[in-house]
Design a binder for this molecule. Structure first.
Ligand code: TYM
Length: 343
C-alpha cells in the first residue's frame, strides 16, 4: 500500500508507531496468535508499539457482562504471557481511553453508509446475528479506524480478514485530510505471508474462528496438550497421502502453514521434512510443535492471572500513556473541525 505519512510521528528513538488489538469476546484461537500476536512480538522492539484490548468492539454482539470482564483479564494476561512487554509497549483497555469513542463520532461524519454496508465482515456478522443487527455492528470499522488514527499509526499487524477494514481506515484518513487539511497518518496493514488466514480444521474453506460451534474446528490458546492432539487427529484431510502445499490440497496446506508458524520453519522446509511421512505422523509432530509453544504461554498466563493487582497496574499505566497521546490528537481534530476550545 502506498502511503502519505507527513504526519507520521517517531518517538525519541526514531521508531514508527504500531497499533493493533483483539476483541475480548471469548476464546482466542491459534489463528489470532499466528495472524496477529506472534507478529506483534516480533515487531515490538522495532516499533513504538501500542496494543489494545478492544472491549468497545466486543459488545457489538451479545456478551454476558461477567464473561466480558473475565475475558478482558484473560486476554491481557495472554498478551503478556506471549511476550508483550508493558515497559516497552503501551498495553491498555479501549474503554479506558474515551477518545476512541469520541473520534469515532467525528469519523462517522466522513464515513458513508453505503461503504459500511458493503463491508464483508458486517454482512457475515449480520447474517450470523440476524436477531441483533445493531448500529454498532455496522459502525464497527469506523471505531477501528478511530483506534488506529488516534495514535498516528504507521503499521497495523492483522490477519487477512481485517484488510478491508484497514482500507477503510486509510480512506477515512485521506478523506478527513482532504476536507480539513493534513491531520492523520495514513496507516499500512502488515499481513503475514504465512498464517494470514488460518483455516478451520474441519472445513478449509472457512476461517478458523473462535465463534465456530464445532470445537474441533479450532485450537484455543488454552487447550490442553491432550485436546490439541485430539483436535489435530480429527482434522479433516484428503485421501491422497502427500504432504504438499498445493491449491488442490487446502486442508494439508493449512496444516503445513500452522506447522511453519509454530515450528519456526518455512513451508518449503516443512514439505521437505514430511516428504516420506504419513498423515498420522505429520499430525502428531504438528501437535508437538504447537504444544511446545503453547504450554509455556499457558503456564505464564495462569501465573499472571493469579496477580490481579499487577494486571490492574499494567492497565492503569497503559491507560495513562494512551490517554495522553489520544487526547493530543483529539484536540487537534476538534480544532480542525471548528469546535471552540474548552477554556
Ligand atoms: P479479532 O478480535 O476478530 O481478531 C484479532 C486478530 O486476529 C486475526 N485473526 C486471524 N488471523 C489469521 N487466521 C485466523 N483464522 C484469524 N482469526 C482472527 C485478526 O485478523 C486480527 O488481527 N477488528 C479487529 C480488532 C480491532 C483492531 C483495531 C485491530 C479493533 N480495532 C485496530 C487492529 C487495529 C478484530 O475484530 O479482530
Amino acid at each position: 500500500m502506498a502511503t502519505v505519512n507527513e504526519n507520521s510521528e517517531r518517538d525519541t528513538a526514531g521508531k514508527k508507531v504500531l497499533f493493533s488489538g483483539i476483541q475480548p469476546s471469548g476464546i482466542i484461537t491459534i489463528g489470532n496468535y499466528v495472524g496477529a500476536i506472534k507478529n506483534w512480538i516480533n515487531l515490538q522492539l522495532d516499533y513504538d508499539s501500542i496494543f489494545c484490548i478492544v472491549n468497545l468492539h466486543a459488545i457489538t454482539v451479545k456478551l454476558e457482562p461477567a464473561a466480558l470482564r473475565l475475558n478482558t483479564l484473560e486476554l491481557l494476561a495472554l498478551y503478556l504471557a506471549c511476550g508483550i512487554d508493558p515497559n516497552l509497549s503501551t498495553v491498555f483497555l479501549q474503554s479506558h481511553v474515551s477518545a476512541h469513542a469520541e473520534l469515532a463520532w467525528i469519523l462517522n461524519t466522513v464515513a458513508y453508509v453505503g461503504e459500511l454496508n458493503r463491508m464483508t465482515q458486517y454482512k457475515d456478522k449480520a447474517k450470523k446475528h440476524a436477531d441483533n443487527i445493531n448500529m454498532g455492528l455496522m459502525d464497527y470499522p469506523v471505531l477501528m479506524a478511530s483506534d488506529i488514527l488516534l495514535y498516528k499509526t504507521d503499521l497495523v499487524p492483522v490477519g487477512a480478514d481485517q484488510k478491508q477494514h484497514l482500507e477503510l481506515a486509510r480512506d477515512l484518513a485521506l478523506r478527513f485530510n482532504t476536507r480539513y487539511s493534513d491531520t492523520f497518518v495514513v496507516p499500512n496493514a502488515y499481513i503475514p505471508k504465512v498464517g494470514a488466514k488460518v483455516m478451520s480444521l474441519q472445513d478449509a474453506k472457512i476461517k478458523m474462528s473462535k465463534s465456530d460451534e464445532n470445537e474441533n474446528a479450532y485450537i484455543s490458546m488454552t487447550d490442553s496438550p491432550d485436546v490439541i492432539r485430539r483436535k489435530f487427529k480429527r482434522a479433516v484431510t484428503d485421501s491422497d497421502s502427500s504432504i504438499r502445499f498445493l491449491k488442490e490440497k487446502p486442508e494439508i496446506s493449512n496444516l503445513l502453514s500452522i506447522y511453519s508458524a509454530f515450528g519456526g520453519v518455512t513451508v518449503k522446509e516443512a514439505e521437505h521434512e514430511f516428504e516420506d511421512i504419513g498423515y498420522g505422523e505429520f499430525k502428531s509432530r504438528l501437535a508437538d510443535a504447537v504444544i511446545a509453544v503453547l504450554e509455556p504461554i499457558q503456564n505464564k498466563q495462569k501465573q499472571l492471572l493469579s496477580d490481579k493487582a499487577y494486571l490492574n497496574q499494567v492497565l492503569k499505566e497503559g491507560a495513562q500513556k494512551a490517554n495522553y497521546r489520544a487526547q493530543k490528537m483529539l484536540s487537534k481534530v476538534y480544532r480542525k473541525v471548528g469546535f471552540v476550545q474548552k477554556s
